[in-house]
Design a protein around this ligand. Structure first.
Ligand code: NAD
Length: 312
């Protein structure tokens, strides 16, 4: 039995799809704060059960560990920007939630954890593309700090209590059912004003984007390929896309004409935003994994599918 925390969320629901297609039994635990039950509704029954609970409720979480062999820990606050206004969300939903997951695992004899971390742990770095060995890791967002703290807790639990862990440092993940992020924001802006698209920053921010199907396939590939105590992998693509190019792709996908793309200026979208991220995915490549879509293809597929889902 697999336990997917945050399994009703964007990436979590795609992971559930993939596990089900492999014939696995899945339990989802999710408080539905940003997840949606309809993302996994079709599976609930034979192969998927859902526990609607908060990871901060350690008793409910502990009960959900019964019969579990592998925990895929994805639940977290997805909104990096929130940390500029509310300073304890990432601490609670990230760091403390991860402690609760690890402690419930220990008490229930569950020994395998796969964790969704982020490129945000690297902070603002010179080395591009950034390898897993880069350090010191000095995040500049509260979200990044909670991811790094969670990685440390996982490594400590593995070292002290003998768990096996896979830590996935994601680039920006995009695709159908996305509920946040730059493409989602642009579509919502176009919905409220079909003539103007406001872009935060100068548009030169440049990041790599990975399609969500490639992401969950990559995560499972890593788990199947390595069994080394704590395995640490970047997940992303070999190239980047600028925010101004994303704005153009979203406008193209919308079919709207004469949209005025306006930039608020400055080198980043908000304080704590890392303007340039590009992960070195050589370690993942060396496991024989190849993403099917480039960053630009992933962005385009996401824009088209979200416009279908949300409507303009
Ligand atoms: P998401 O918001 O769609 O998924 C998070 C899920 O966790 C949601 O279903 C939410 O309801 C649930 N959740 C949040 N707090 C919870 C709590 N305390 N108890 C129970 N459930 C809770 O976001 P996502 O994009 O699918 O992200 C999944 C994971 O991947 C997160 O850990 C995120 O930090 C990480 N990640 C995502 C990206 C990206 O680009 N989407 C990049 C790097 C890392």
């Amino acid at each position: 039995m697999h336990l997917v925390t945050g399994g009703a969320g964007f990436i979590g629901s795609h992971l559930v799809d993939r596990l089900v297609s492999k014939g696995e039994k899945v339990r989802v635990i999710d408080n539905l704060s940003s997840g949606r039950i309809d993302f996994i509704e079709g599976h609930i029954g034979d192969s998927v059960e859902i526990v609607i609970a908060d990871l901060l409720d350690i008793d409910r979480l502990s009960d959900a560990m019964e019969g579990v062999t592998t925990v895929h820990h994805l639940a977290a606050n997805p909104d990096i920007r929130l940390g500029t206004k509310v300073t304890d969300t990432d601490l609670k939903q990230g760091t403390i939630a991860t402690y609760n997951v690890l402690e419930s695992m220990r008490k229930n004899g569950v020994r395998r954890i796969s964790f969704s971390s982020s490129s945000a742990v690297y902070g603002e770095v010179e080395a591009m593309p950034t390898p897993e060995s880069y350090g010191p890791t000095l995040p500049i967002s509260l979200y990044g700090a909670s991811k790094l703290a969670s990685e440390s807790l996982i490594s400590a639990w593995a070292g002290t209590f003998g768990a096996t862990a896979w830590i996935h440092r994601f680039a920006n993940i995009v695709g159908p059912r996305g509920t946040h992020g730059v493409i989602y924001d642009f579509i919502h802006k176009l919905r409220s004003d079909r003539g103007v698209l406001e872009v935060l920053g100068n548009g030169l921010q440049e990041k790599s984007y990975m399609d969500v199907e490639d992401t969950v396939n990559g995560m499972l590939h890593i788990i199947d390929s390595s069994d080394e105590g704590v395995a640490l992998y970047n997940l992303g693509t070999d190239e980047t896309v600028s925010v101004s190019r994303i704005a153009e792709i979203v406008v193209e996908a919308s079919g709207l004409e004469d949209v005025d793309i306006r930039y608020t200026g400055g080198d980043r979208g908000w304080p704590g935003d890392v303007p340039r991220t590009w992960l070195d995915v050589g370690r993942l490549d060396s496991l024989g994994f190849e993403a099917k879509r480039t960053s630009e293809e992933a962005v385009r597929r996401c824009a088209e599918s979200l416009i279908d889902e949300i409507g303009l």
